[in-house]
Design a protein around this ligand. Structure first.
Ligand SMILES: Cc1cc2nc3c(=O)[nH]c(=O)nc-3n(C[C@H](O)[C@H](O)[C@H](O)COP(=O)(O)O)c2cc1C
Length: 327
């Protein structure tokens, strides 16, 4: 219960089952975050991958927070935090540079919290952490994740137990926020049964009307079935388009695409990369990489962000009631 109290204290506008939208780079934005927050969830925007002060990602962060502030009618002079969070990727040493790039944006808009994904110790430095959820991202997760990971089925209970048994952690209220493969209320109920205090959904939000996903990505997700078979984890997803950002031991889960199939069939990385760039120049989308989780098979319509939160909450409650009635 202590973790639930902590969530209530940190996110007074939100309610059980504490649904976060993932701070997906190039997908999540101020509108999505505002709609999630309005619906009783916890909206997040991404800080992007390029921490330089002149980076378009930092300019986008400023814009996302400005949009969320406007849509939520937030008065920045009220002293109250803006009820959304910012997701940072911190697998590189970014603290020094963020001091002069992202931190001024954070100070300007005062989001309620920051979320740190990654594990480079010097990335944390001066960032002000309003709350630090432990967010185990299981192997079903879309986007970047540990190359070696179990699903939330085993990861969540193990993390919950570890938090209870560590002497210096057990007195702290650390909510466990599960992520990876959750796309509806059934998944939420399951995550809660495993011991999570709340959940994050990424893939589920990619096709919502508020998202910045390009039409090709939306179509690819809506038509995909059986995500275990139609997505795969590989660093090749980053290597082909030339994204240098995620070092080992990270990898990424994306829909299967031509390039990865060709590499498996013995085509050289050089040739596949050249074909990718040629196709991109010619407007041929068939080689694009669509980061997505194994939940894709359960997503077949583009539900608005706020409705995703309300529908999933209602379904989670129904599932839990049904389970109770079985006893
Ligand atoms: C397209 C896409 C982009 C993502 N970008 C980010 C990101 O920029 N920062 C981050 O912390 N997590 C990112 N993630 C990972 C999510 O935070 C989350 O762990 C994941 O989406 C959960 O699994 P699910 O997609 O099955 O819901 C991304 C995920 C996807 C699908």
């Amino acid at each position: 219960m202590a973790a639930q109290h902590a969530l209530q204290r940190w996110f007074p506008w939100a309610a059980w089952p504490w649904i976060f939208n993932a701070p997906m780079f190039s997908i999540a934005n101020g509108k999505m975050a505002a709609e999630v927050t309005k619906a009783g969830g916890i909206g997040m925007v991404p800080a992007g991958m390029d921490p330089r002060p002149e980076s378009p990602h930092i300019a986008a962060l400023d814009e996302y927070l400005g949009t969320a502030s406007q849509l939520l009618g937030h008065d920045s002079s009220s002293g109250k935090p803006l009820p959304v969070g910012v997701g940072f990727t911190t697998m590189r040493a970014t603290a020094e540079i963020y001091k002069v790039s992202a931190v001024p944006v954070i100070v300007k808009h005062k989001p309620a919290f920051v979320w740190l994904f990654g594990s480079h110790p010097s990335a944390y430095g001066e960032l002000v952490v309003a709350f630090t959820p432990s967010g185990p991202g299981g192997s079903d997760a879309g986007g970047h994740l540990w190359a070696q990971a179990g699903s939330i089925m085993t990861l969540v209970p193990e993390v919950v137990e570890a938090l209870k048994s560590e002497e210096d952690l057990k007195m702290r209220e650390i909510p466990v926020i599960a992520a990876g493969g959750i796309v509806n209320g059934k998944g939420i109920a399951a995550a809660i049964a495993l011991g999570a205090s709340g959940i994050t959904m990424g893939t589920r939000f990619i096709t919502c009307p508020e998202s910045d996903a390009v039409p090709y990505v939306r179509r690819a997700i809506l038509r995909s079935t059986d995500g275990g078979a139609t997505t795969t984890v590989s660093q090749i997803h980053d290597i082909i388009p030339g994204y240098p950002i995620y070092p080992s031991p990270y990898s990424g889960r994306a829909l299967l695409h031509k390039g990865i199939q060709e590499i498996e069939n013995g085509v050289s990385l050089e040739d596949v990369t050249a074909a990718f760039h040629k196709a991109k120049e010619e407007g041929d989308e068939s080689r694009l990489v669509t980061f997505a989780g194994t939940g894709v098979g359960l997503i077949d319509n583009p539900v608005p962000a706020g409705e995703i939160v309300t529908q999933a909450t209602t379904e989670a409650l129904e599932v839990i009631r049904k389970l109770k009635s079985v006893l």
